[in-house]
Write a protein that binds this ligand. Sequence first.
Ligand code: AMO
Length: 435
Amino acid sequence: MIERLYSSEINPSMHGREVSVAGWVHEIRKLGGIAFVVLRDREGFVQITMPKKEVSRDVFKGLTSLSKESVVVVKGVVRAEPKAPNGYEIIPKEYRLLSRAEQPLPLDPTGKVKANLDTRLDNRFIDLRKHEIMAIFKIRSEVLHFAREFFRSRGFIEVHTPRIISTSSEGGAELFPVAYFEKEAFLAQSPQLYKQMLMATGMDKVFEIATYFRAEEHDTVWHLNEITAIDSEIAFIESEEDVMEVIENLVYYIMKNLSESYEKELKKLGVEIYPQKPPFPRIEYKRALEILEENGYILPYGEDLTTEAEKKLGEVMKDEGYDLYFITKYPIKIKPFYTMPEENGLSRAFDLEFKGREIVSGSQRIHEYELLVKMIKAKGLRVESFENYLKAFRYGMPPHGGFGMGLERFIMQLLNLKNIREAVLFPRDRKRLEP
Ligand code: AMO
């Protein structure tokens, strides 16, 4: 490895020590007898200060004539300097150019020249050089870390189910076909059938963090065609309440840990996280419609909540002091075939809403073979396509339930991002397949 310290690993107390730093040339300023080169690394900025009298001519000339965004490694002496960005600067002794950046740049990495999201995504490798953009992905990485920590601490087993599947797992047609030798196959839209099949094995608590593919035509700030989901399935539950208890504690755990240990990155994004303590409010679907009506929004019974309805409900709940709440007891008609039905046309399905948008769906599932077959037929699906899945219900299947949480949607709401694409390094949407 090239020897170097991150800008954040150096401090004024290291005055007089020789160090090496490496990064991208962010800024060059020449003021007569003195010049400054600001380098950017993953953690921040470091100022290279060159009083003409104190550095060699070659170093002065070389560093000040670099093109912006070139990559260099600089060796020099730390000098405590209260006026410098981190309270120190580096007086260079030598430098090495590792990569010269062409000019002009396709995107301004300082963010001073505003660019639209498309231009930013087209040049994502430069866009990510902005610390506030990189911060989204550092936080995303921590969210996954805390999610894993939470599941493991509760005895969940991490699993991986197939990405290439032969049948729709949600009963819909939103699948991307793939050429799989002589067979018809699709990219997985969820791990649904597999995580349920695992409930017949004795692995009674599982989770999976993976990528899924949704061939939805939507072109909104809220939909992606390639998503990351945190899925879980739990056996021996009494009802969907047991699943909701896991979700609210998971979300609380992530938010609490982030707010406690990630202040610096959150600050870059101007975000404060207020972890909401469980239990989260439960609003039955029927009640949600009433609340909406009381607030001037009429949604016919039996229809899924529209984006506008969700937003409205979010505002009402916000006024009551809640960002997070469940909508429960959805009509069975609008839920997938595997959902456990209840009396009066209701179901044991729920969604978790976060600031007026759905981030999680889940339910208690049907675990009785006959009922499952009946529901598959009732949805107009072909029982034969589900043969392998159904088999797992005939030889001992405990009651179970689970959920799927859209990671990008969670990040979007957590960090108040305007567009879900901001939460993905290289998003895939209706129009975007590159980079
Ligand atoms: P569902 O289809 O609701 O449920 O998906 C689960 C969660 O995934 C996220 N999500 C999306 N995010 C961005 N773009 C999309 N196109 C998109 N589609 C879904 C959402 C959603 O809440 N098998 C069930 C889950 C379960 O019951 O276990 C399922 O896939 O945040």
